[in-house]
Design a protein around this ligand. Sequence first.
Ligand SMILES: [Zn+2]
Length: 85
Amino acid sequence: MIKCISHKRAYPTQEIAEDALIDARTHFDYADQHGPVSVYHCEDCGQYHLTSRGPANEKLAQSLANGKINRQKEANRWLDKLKRK
Ligand SMILES: [Zn+2]
């Protein structure tokens, strides 16, 4: 994987970056205006990064709107509990 001068984690395609974005939102409780909200194409490394700026990514907005993220969050919470035993 190419290292980017931005030192951000790079994703090879927009789709993979969007999956990572949604995954991040299901694993951490972000306040409304915090945490990554979108992905962007980087001119330095030619790959994709997550960003906390700009309008929310369409896929992410959809997942939030249809409750998919909250369901996944709940599932992760239970998985964490089970792992701690
Ligand atoms: Zn980059």
